[in-house]
Design a protein around this ligand. Structure first.
Ligand SMILES: [Ca+2]
Ligand SMILES: [Ca+2]
Length: 422
């Protein structure tokens, strides 16, 4: 049997359409027989059933195992490759002589298309798909138009590891990674230059470690601009190095955590608030846009902040910080909730939460989105919070809320009528 489109991601990877038709004809039974030592008995008894439902737990065992291996590939192959480019290819021993390259040698660019301020040129790959040249200079030469690299990103889009690339059909011995690369910097003439496209990276385990076997250029294009439209200050700002990173543990459809720009004081530049699954960080920048962590004892302990916004609710010239927290396991009181919070700064710039600021008696779950606006046009900012519930916005099934759960929350700012609240 052939797997249909509804088969889960992992199954489609095992039976990659890129493979020969013979391999495509592997049945679910054959796959699960080869995977049986990783599947518990109750699942094994169902091995003759076709793989159909995305929720099928049988494939999850293999998926999880593959994902763990893929993390090693990211760490041992993609991250070092990114760093090699970032280091302007200074490590001459990065690729050993056995690594092959394909698509780079016969590359030409079509005549550029003017897109108003910048020119887009598509790469024409002239090498045949079988051409594999063991000459690392071809790879280096591909980026020869850069005088200076500013930003390098290599992100995996898919990995392929069919049964014949696995040990006993289970753990991956080798894999092909389809990646998106995006390299930005300046050309030899000082113009802004971006090269992007897809690398197909063949990788395998050698001496217990994932290594690059070869890189095929699948497609590419470049953009050249005379003047910057936006200046990238990520590196200068040091933001990436001061914001903590955590492993993503929840569904990607729920998105990430909040980031907000505003001013807790009247100084420029804007302060930056960044939330994570655990702690939050408050950053203050100097006139050179160097951002440093500003200790905020209470604020930094807030976890699961899904949405945040700076807003001057009381019009005193300093922004308050409104937080919406994804807090399904916390009981909310009617007047003092832990999922909708407003923090206010003192003159000294210390943020403290305001108590009993909203009254909301309806039961809700999973506060997530936030919008600000003066909804009643009284000159004071109001806000909206959505409570999409456990099923969130992207469920394929009809979302039925539990009885009594409210999904919308609109909060008018009553300061105009109640001075002294803040
Ligand atoms: Ca204020
Ligand atoms: Ca208002």
């Amino acid at each position: 049997m052939k797997l249909k489109k509804e088969a889960v991601l992992c199954a489609s990877l095992i039976l990659s359409p890129a493979l020969s038709s013979k391999e495509n004809d592997l049945s679910a039974k054959e796959i699960f027989t080869s995977l049986k030592s990783r599947i518990n008995e109750s699942l094994l008894s169902r091995k003759n059933e076709p793989i159909k439902r995305a929720k099928d737990e049988r494939i999850l065992v293999q998926c999880l195992d593959d994902e763990m291996q893929f993390l090693s590939i990211e760490e041992n192959v993609l991250a070092p490759l990114t760093n090699y480019l970032k280091g302007s290819f200074s490590d001459d021993k990065f690729f050993d002589d056995s690594v092959w390259f394909s698509g780079f040698r016969g590359l030409a660019y079509g005549s550029g298309r003017d897109l108003g301020g910048f020119t887009l040129s598509k790469g024409l790959i002239l090498d045949s798909r079988d051409m594999k040249i063991k000459n690392k200079k071809a790879f280096k030469k591909f980026f020869k138009e850069f005088s200076k690299l500013d930003n390098v990103e290599i992100a995996a889009l898919e990995y392929f590891s069919p049964v014949n690339m696995r040990h006993d059909g289970k753990k991956m011995n080798s894999a092909r990674i389809r990646t998106m690369f995006d390299v930005r910097g300046f050309s030899q003439n000082g113009e802004l230059l971006q090269q992007r496209g897809e690398f197909l990276i063949s990788t395998s385990i050698k001496k217990g470690k994932w290594v690059v076997e070869g890189i095929r250029l699948a497609n590419t294009e470049k953009l050249v601009a005379k003047a910057p439209l936006f200046k990238n200050i990520t590196n200068e700002s040091k933001i990436a190095s001061v914001v903590p990173r955590h492993l993503r543990r929840e569904a990607i459809r729920r998105g990430g955590y909040a980031m907000a720009l505003g001013n807790g004081d009247v100084n420029k530049p804007s302060d930056i608030f960044v939330a994570t699954v655990a702690e939050t960080v408050y950053l203050k920048g100097d006139k050179n846009l160097n951002y440093k962590v500003n200790k905020q004892e209470k604020l930094e302990k807030e976890s699961f902040v899904k949405a945040a916004s700076f807003a001057d609710f009381d019009k005193d010239g300093r922004d308050e910080l409104l937080l919406v927290r994804f807090a399904p396991n916390e009981v909310q009181s009617k007047k003092d909730r832990s999922d909708i919070l407003i923090y206010k700064t003192s003159e000294a710039g210390v943020y403290k939460p305001l108590r009993e600021i909203i009254s909301f008696s309806k039961k809700t779950a999973y506060a997530m989105p936030l919008a600000l606006g003066d909804f009643d046009s009284d000159g004071f900012l109001d806000f909206y919070v959505g409570f999409p519930g456990a099923k969130d916005f992207t469920t394929l099934e009809e979302a039925k809320q539990k009885e009594g759960l409210e999904t919308q929350g609109l909060f008018y700012n009553k300061l105009a009528k109640r001075e002294g609240l803040f």
